[in-house]
Design a protein. Sequence first.
Length: 114
Amino acid sequence: QVQLVESGGGSVQAGGSLRLSCVASGIIFSINTMGWYRQVPGKQRELVAEITSRGTTTYADSVKGRFTISRDNAKNTGYLQMNSLNSDDTGVYYCTIVSIRRYWGQGTQVTVSS
């Protein structure tokens, strides 16, 4: 059974930083693309960043230069370092892994106050 467990969310003031973590189990983490999506009430879940098994990264335009996605395959863990946060970054952040299907974590809330 595949499980993704996020942590690291919380409340922070604008300009601050947070680091999200996603621990995967029940899946061969190293060979799959993993990523982070964000969702706010009334809107669709949107891609924030993703990283392939080879380390190729993709970022939403709104987070380029501020967020960094990384992975530690030995620990089955993915990370999202978020710097210079602003109120538009507020939302529930979901970790995802793409294998034979897409798997999702339960989400972690990030709230940025101005």
